[in-house]
Design a protein around this ligand. Sequence first.
Ligand code: TRP
Length: 334
Amino acid sequence: MTARPVILTGDRTTGPLHLGHYAGSLQARLARQDSHDQYLLLADSQALTDNAQDIGKVRRAVIEVATDYLAVGIDPAKTTICLQSHLPALAELTVLYLNFVSVARLERNPTVKEEIRLRGFGRDILAGFLCYPAAQAADITAFKAVAVPVGADQLPMIEQTNEIVRRINAAAGRAVLPEAAAVVSEVGRLPGIDGRAKMSKSGGNAITLSASAEAIAAAVRAMYTDPGHLRATDPGRVEGNVVFTYLDAFDPDRAAVAELKARYAAGGLGDAAVKRQLEAVLQDLLAPIRARRRALAAAPDHVLAVVRAGTERAQARTEATKRELVEALGLFRL
Ligand code: TRP
């Protein structure tokens, strides 16, 4: 049997996962469980790089995110779920890699640059935050991942990872580390319920996977539609209308969605009717996830045991890579 390709992806542990994660990435992860050797990294160390003032949030989100993984159907017998802060090889490789990347290059990383601008960090940027692309290179290479599913905003991380890989390989005199390919999902980013481009819990425009039936109903009621569509008889705009964007993402009945769109655009279909359809779709999608989540919440030791076992497996793999690198680079070994 040929080995399945190693794929690694991660989530900063800053809060429970939401529908945006589901559409953009969790579904794809479910589909890859049999075709790939898949690792999911609970990136609590990386979460600290911009949440050190709220460590409690980062800690609580670890089990929350792990529970979300299991609730959507990630199978720990097929996918390894592991905790970043408990993989010392990742920290050690980060320190090593910092000797293979300049501060100027870190400052030029477009994603980091944009974050610095958006959040007004200026010169007060934390060293940990500036260096997180090197830490992510450590994550990716320690697992020897050849494929890394990421959002478009994370592409510069993969590029920078591969630059570090080439430098390390040059220093070692052989290809000790593989380069990684980014896997960008074809599904576009799901907008928030308010129509803003990004759904985020902190932005208050998310529907979490653990949302109650009432919370789902309220979110759909509040959802941004077409502000020019005042009466049901008016023709309405489908593009940019969040309700239709969500129907496209989650309603399996494509023909019914196409018909709703046509009627809405022509005039004669009210927002309330479209929202009723979307609410039914979302309730159907999230009810079984919520039920599994509730069962998992009643068995916290089970979730903990899954993360422990996965982290142990990941420790073995990442330690092996670190030893191999130390050897290949010719560092002193006592
Ligand atoms: N940077 C990713 C994010 O913010 C999370 C992450 C950490 C990650 N380590 C990773 C993703 C390794 C892919 C591979 O979403």
